[in-house]
Design a protein around this ligand. Structure first.
Ligand code: ING
Length: 308
């Protein structure tokens, strides 16, 4: 019996520094209305604001106005309210400032009844801490966020097993596998990815999209899970980010992809039972994995070269 969940990927176009949260939430609600009939809608990383880690602040506290101190809050409550009326679960990313002063790049998972059933805090933070004059643009996530402290959980909700990651996490196979080892059937990830490599200017959008698809398709296939990857895209205050939002099936095939770098909806009827064949055969982890040989993966952070 197929277990279908109608999923919408809600790509956001650019959010300028000057744009208010209220204006962004109105765009998110318009996308939600466009996806009427979907069971679940996925929004990008840092969906409420511009990608502020591109801006250097000597005093980090000057960036705190980009963070949410509570969730839901006055700006986002209308989104929660609309989702409840539509009977739609959702996930979106935002900058989280905790009551005890911790800063995370966070995403939440909200069920159809409007309950926050899960929270994830981005573990793989790319970029750098200090201003780097060598780069064509700054990428200061290590300056403004702490590494996530919640691991990679998987939650039972909306009739399936759901997990979350954020942006750079998609480049690390460990992130998928930790959720794969919990039986995950759908992974959502929002991303904000610059169209060029700040350290390799000739690496343009084509190469960036290639690595993005390679990472997401491999992660889906190797863990027999759906992956819904949704971009914040377009030119923010002169800085381009690519779109390429995707819905990828448990076989690693792209079943939906955005065509623009603006607000755009992609949709697909995802059968969560389509994850079963891979999990019972080629990726039946219990039958095939040999953990006695994997020790380096958790005991070693960097490379240790063989003896000369
Ligand atoms: N952005 C980028 C990402 O991982 C990046 C940063 C791009 C790192 C390409 C390495 C290579 O897609 C975020 N927000 O993580």
């Amino acid at each position: 019996m197929p277990r279908i969940i109608n999923v919408a990927g809600a790509q956001l176009g650019p959010i300028q520094k000057a744009d208010s949260r209220e204006a962004v939430v109105a765009r998110m609600i318009a996308l939600m209305d466009k996806a009427k009939g979907a069971d679940f809608i996925v929004y990008p990383e840092l969906a409420l604001t511009t990608f502020f880690p591109r801006w250097y602040h000597e005093n980090r506290a000057e960036a705190d106005h980009w963070f949410e101190k509570s969730m839901p809050n006055a700006a986002t409550q209308p989104l929660f309210d609309r989702a409840k009326v539509l009977g739609m679960g959702f996930t979106f990313g935002y900058a989280e400032l905790t009551p005890d002063g911790h800063h995370f790049n966070t995403s939440i998972l909200v069920d159809k009844a409007g309950r926050i059933v899960g929270k994830y805090r981005k573990i793989h933070l790319p970029g750098h801490v200090e201003y780097d004059p060598e780069r064509t643009h700054q990428h200061l996530e290590k300056r403004y966020f702490e590494p996530g402290d919640l691991g990679f959980p998987v939650w039972r909700t909306m009739g399936g097993l759901f997990g979350m990651m954020i942006c750079n996490d998609r480049r690390w196979p460990e992130a998928y596998r930790v959720m794969g080892l919990q039986g995950v059937e759908m992974i959502t990830l929002g991303f904000n990815t610059p169209s060029t490599n700040s350290q390799k200017p000739d690496e343009g959008p084509e190469a960036r999209a290639f690595h993005h698809k390679l990472s997401v398709q491999a992660g889906a296939y190797q863990n027999s899970t759906w992956v819904v990857a949704v971009a914040k895209a377009g030119v923010e205050d002169g800085f381009p980010m690519f779109g390429c939002s995707l819905i990828v099936d448990p076989d690693g095939r792209i079943v939906a992809e955005t065509k623009t770098e603006d607000d755009e909806i992609i949709m697909h009827a995802c059968d969560l039972d389509a994850t079963k064949f891979g999990k019972d055969t080629i990726f039946d982890f219990k039958r095939h994995r040999r953990i006695e040989h994997y020790g380096r993966i958790t005991s070693q952070t960097g490379v240790v070269l063989p003896q000369e």
